[in-house]
Design a protein around this ligand. Structure first.
Ligand SMILES: NC(=O)c1ccc[n+]([C@@H]2O[C@H](COP(=O)([O-])OP(=O)(O)OC[C@H]3O[C@@H](n4cnc5c(N)ncnc54)[C@H](O)[C@@H]3O)[C@@H](O)[C@H]2O)c1
Length: 277
């Protein structure tokens, strides 16, 4: 019971990584409040999770909604929020830089960056009063490497990594830690929609990701990110602050599916004469 007695708020909790993390946190003793714009799905997920979960309708681009979400969690759970996971997200604006309408670029930044800012701001307010807390922000490998996602998405995720570090430097003096997670491609409705244009095609997208993964045959899954979030939420990460935890099977190392293993001599002379490690 690594989160025994803790209260967690998770935005984007109706689906994918957020819903999976809620389940994982509850298994470890937490109470969870899910915030999302998908009301029917959010209520359904909360019902399935049982008495330890509640749903609150929240659009993370609205400051009133985000402060309402934190107030709801405080009111429901005796005035405390121990863990805030800023996870809500969309793929957002796509296409070549010359063709992206400003409204679409701004809307993507609003959901990811402004949504994360508002989540940090209102969670920090209540955490400061109690002198403890863990804030976890969803970044992406698209925020770590160039060319790994659409422009607005990558810009927002890069900014989330930076905001995390900067706020960590302020809030550590109040006993609050702030970290981010950068998942690689993870089989969720968001990625199923992006790869296969069908947000329900989770098992098909798992197969596709298994082919692309550096750990051959092992797709990134929501539970991988949930377990990383569990570590950052728990006291086990008590001295980890401002960190970006990459959960991508090694994709950001440049490792590709089928690359020879590090321990063999082959990487020194790859096919085509390209030198390896
Ligand atoms: N799946 C991946 O491969 C991957 C990789 C890197 C980062 N991420 C990030 O992880 C997070 C979760 O993504 P997922 O893959 O679980 O996607 P998902 O689509 O399954 O879940 C995202 C949730 O966010 C909610 N949401 C969207 N806009 C919102 C808003 N304005 N207010 C409140 N809720 C809103 C959606 O309704 C949905 O329930 C996102 O921030 C995403 O960018 C995902």
């Amino acid at each position: 019971m690594r989160l025994d007695g803790k209260v967690a708020v998770i935005t984007g909790g109706a689906s994918g990584i957020g819903a999976c993390t809620a389940e994982r946190f509850i298994q470890e003793g937490a109470k969870v409040v899910l915030g999302d714009i998908q009301v029917d799905l959010g209520n359904k997920v909360a019902d399935q999770l049982g008495d330890s979960a509640d749903f609150f309708k929240c659009d993370v681009t609205s400051e009133d909604d985000v402060s309402g979400l934190i107030d709801f969690a405080n009111d429901t759970h005796g005035g405390k929020v121990d863990i805030m996971m800023n996870n809500a997200g969309v793929v957002g604006a796509r296409g070549p830089i010359t063709q992206i309408p400003i409204e679409e670029f701004e809307a993507t930044i609003q959901i990811h960056l402004i949504g994360t800012f508002l989540g940090i701001k209102h969670a920090a307010q209540t955490m400061k009063e109690r002198g403890s807390g863990s804030i976890i922000n969803l970044a992406s490998t698209a925020g770590v490497n160039g060319g790994w996602g659409p422009h607005a998405y990558a810009a927002a995720k890069t900014a989330i990594v930076g905001l995390t570090k900067n706020v960590a430097a302020e809030l550590c003096r109040y006993g609050i830690r702030v970290n981010s997670i950068a998942p690689g491609s993870t089989a969720t409705p968001l990625v199923a929609k992006a790869h296969l244009d069908d947000h329900e095609a989770i098992s098909d997208v798992k197969e596709r990701l298994a082919e692309l993964s550096p750990i051959l045959g092992r797709p990134g899954q929501a539970i991988d990110v949930a377990n990383a979030a569990l570590y950052l939420a728990s006291e086990e990460s008590g001295n980890t602050n401002g960190h970006c935890l990459v959960v991508d099977g090694g994709a950001t190392t440049g490792s590709k599916p089928g690359d020879p293993p590090y321990s063999t001599p082959e990487p020194f002379l790859r096919e085509g004469g390209k030198s390896g490690i």
